[in-house]
Design a protein around this ligand. Structure first.
Ligand SMILES: [Mn+2]
Length: 386
């Protein structure tokens, strides 16, 4: 069975101030063409269909168009909600859409109920595990604890229990939206840390033939059977070196991965991260190849130059982002604010702030828990507004 695995469309997202709607439409054209030309048997979309819980109308219309085109191909599609989607909003109409062969799984209670497709070698059971927000789904899944490993483990127990009741030789595929340990992050994923832990070990998925992951935006292979497709477009400058693609997976008769091929996504415009003094960036002939790129420039001038954005735009008309990182002597105490925050969690920054305003006395254990709860509440609210 030939499977096309994609995720993290983030329909409606823009790149700095540029709308990506046309680029997202072009990606969907490539998806549809690939399904047709490569005779794909099943399409998998592993979450983050939309960028926001309440997406803009143009994004909803683009999704509607994608659904019609996928249904028109007559190729079954399995989709799950990601941490950026509102599962309840995305799930509206799922019962009706199912009749068109598009299986949209947004309810954690359905984790153990697969979509069963068949080829000449027998059945393949597809289990769609929507993004599982521990605090919201722990009870539903009867998980023994509240973190990501416990709730995803409980969902996978349901998958394995259902699989055990199926005819021997039934192949299995899981779709999940999670941060699996060992995966590489970029700047455009929203943090899902709960109780200090964001990731789950890959072993949580033991017992199934293929795991189609979403959440991390770089295409990556954790094991032969556990892969991220990554997002179809770069959503931050940290992805400048990514090659954006979909996985075309050949699931063999015995459940082995017969072949795994990367199908490239269209690139609307390359990205470039430039660094140096303004006058050098404007003069360096080596940078000519970036003149048509979307540019992030980090200026290292010791003093902030006059109107840097306008001057950069004369050479790089698609410059979108400007960062100041002035060169200073190594022992200079005036290291920039951004430098001091780099690589630190929101919680560490908040705890330092408390220490700063209280003359060096940081939060005690109780206050620290309160801070953690408050940060988590804000995060969950942002994901699932009622
Ligand atoms: Mn995402």
């Amino acid at each position: 069975m030939r499977i096309l695995h994609t995720s993290d469309w983030h329909l409606g997202r823009s790149f700095h101030r540029v709308s990506l709607l046309a680029a997202q439409r072009e990606f969907l054209d490539r998806l549809v063409a690939t399904v047709r030309e490569r005779e794909v048997d099943a399409v998998l979309v592993a979450g983050d269909v939309y960028d926001r819980a309440v997406p803009p109308l143009a994004a909803v219309e683009l999704f509607d168009d994608a659904l019609h085109r996928l249904a028109g191909l007559g190729v079954p599609t399995v989709m799950i909600s990601g941490n950026h989607d509102s599962p309840r909003r995305l799930g509206v109409g799922a019962g009706l859409i199912e009749r068109a062969g598009i299986h949209l799984r947004t309810d954690p209670a359905g984790c153990g109920t697969p979509v069963v497709l068949a080829d000449r070698h027998g059945d393949v059971a597809f289990y769609g595990l929507p993004y599982l927000e521990p605090g919201l789904v722990r009870e539903t899944l009867g998980a023994p604890a509240g973190g990501h490993p416990a709730v995803l483990g409980a969902a996978m127990d349901r998958v394995r229990a259902d699989l055990a009741t199926r005819p021997p030789g039934t192949r299995s595929v899981v779709l999940a939206h999670a941060f699996v340990t060992g995966g590489a992050v970029s700047d455009s994923e929203r943090d899902i840390t709960v109780g200090g832990v964001a990731s789950v070990p890959a072993e949580v998925f033991d017992g199934v033939d293929y795991v189609a992951l979403g959440h991390l935006h770089g295409c990556q292979t954790l094991t032969e059977r556990v892969r991220y497709s990554g997002s179809p477009l770069a959503y931050s400058f940290s992805e400048a070196a990514h090659r954006k693609s979909m996985w075309l997976i050949e699931l063999a008769a015995d459940g082995a991965i017969g072949a795994a091929e990367r199908v490239d996504c269209p690139v609307p415009r390359p990205l470039a991260r430039l660094r140096g003094r303004l006058e050098d960036l404007l003069a360096d002939p080596d940078l000519a190849r970036h003149e048509t790129a979307w540019v992030e420039a980090t200026l290292t001038d010791p003093a902030r130059p006059y109107e840097p954005m306008a001057r950069l735009a004369e050479r790089f008309p698609h410059v979108l982002s400007l960062v100041f990182d002035p060169e200073r002597p190594p022992e200079d105490p005036l290291a920039s604010y951004a430098q001091r925050l780099r690589g630190r969690t929101d919680r560490e920054i908040a705890e330092d702030f408390v220490a700063h305003v209280r003359g060096g006395r940081g939060p005690d254990a109780r206050e620290s828990v309160l801070l953690g709860d408050a940060l988590e509440a804000v995060r969950v609210e942002g994901e699932d507004p009622r």
